[in-house]
Write a new protein. Structure first.
Length: 178
């Protein structure tokens, strides 16, 4: 899950001030990616996600449409994702979980995608001279960008995990630049 904020062309100090002031404009997406399938789920989340909603997403969005016989999901230790109702949904769908530590973007492949998305949204805003947009326009721009990443791009992100793990071990757990 990632929070994306509208991008404006303002000096950094003013930009941070406005982001804090306008925090109600935060747009939250749940994004799932799959090898050889690309971005398979982009779900805008209204309000705070709970275990029941997560289980419903697992049952209706992730499993039924996009996962083949070998099903493994990588997720961090978010309490919602690890709730009893969510664990039951994973068990029902025979999905194997691979947990990674919370707040560990270097081993969370989707964080790389979010970082790239954030940069691309800013570039697009400059290129298209977007200085202001509504929350719904921004949400649509985010969703469109996420859904248009190529399968090759997603595969490269997933394939990069062993190399990133090796670098993390070499750096003794210090943060990597991605």
């Amino acid at each position: 899950m990632y929070n994306l904020r509208a991008v404006t062309r303002l000096p950094a100090k003013k930009l941070n001030y406005y982001f804090n002031l306008l925090s109600h404009l935060i747009i939250r997406f749940l994004v799932a990616i799959a090898y050889d399938k690309g971005v398979v789920v982009v779900e805008e989340v209204l309000g705070r996600l709970n275990g029941d909603q997560w289980a419903e997403i697992i049952d209706k969005k992730v499993y039924n449409k996009h996962l083949n016989k070998k099903r493994t999901i990588i997720q961090d230790n978010d309490p919602v994702q690890n709730s009893k109702v969510a664990m039951n949904a994973f068990a029902r769908q025979k999905i194997k979980l691979h947990a990674i530590p919370a707040k560990s973007p270097d081993v969370n492949v989707i964080e790389n995608l979010f970082n790239t998305t954030k940069r691309n949204l800013a570039k697009e805003a400059i290129k298209e001279n977007i200085t202001i947009e509504s929350k719904s326009q921004f949400a649509e721009r985010c969703k469109s960008l996420l859904l248009n990443y190529s399968n090759k791009r997603i595969n490269n992100l997933i394939d990069s995990l062993p190399q990133r793990m090796k670098l993390l071990i070499e750096k003794k757990g210090l943060r990597l630049k991605y």
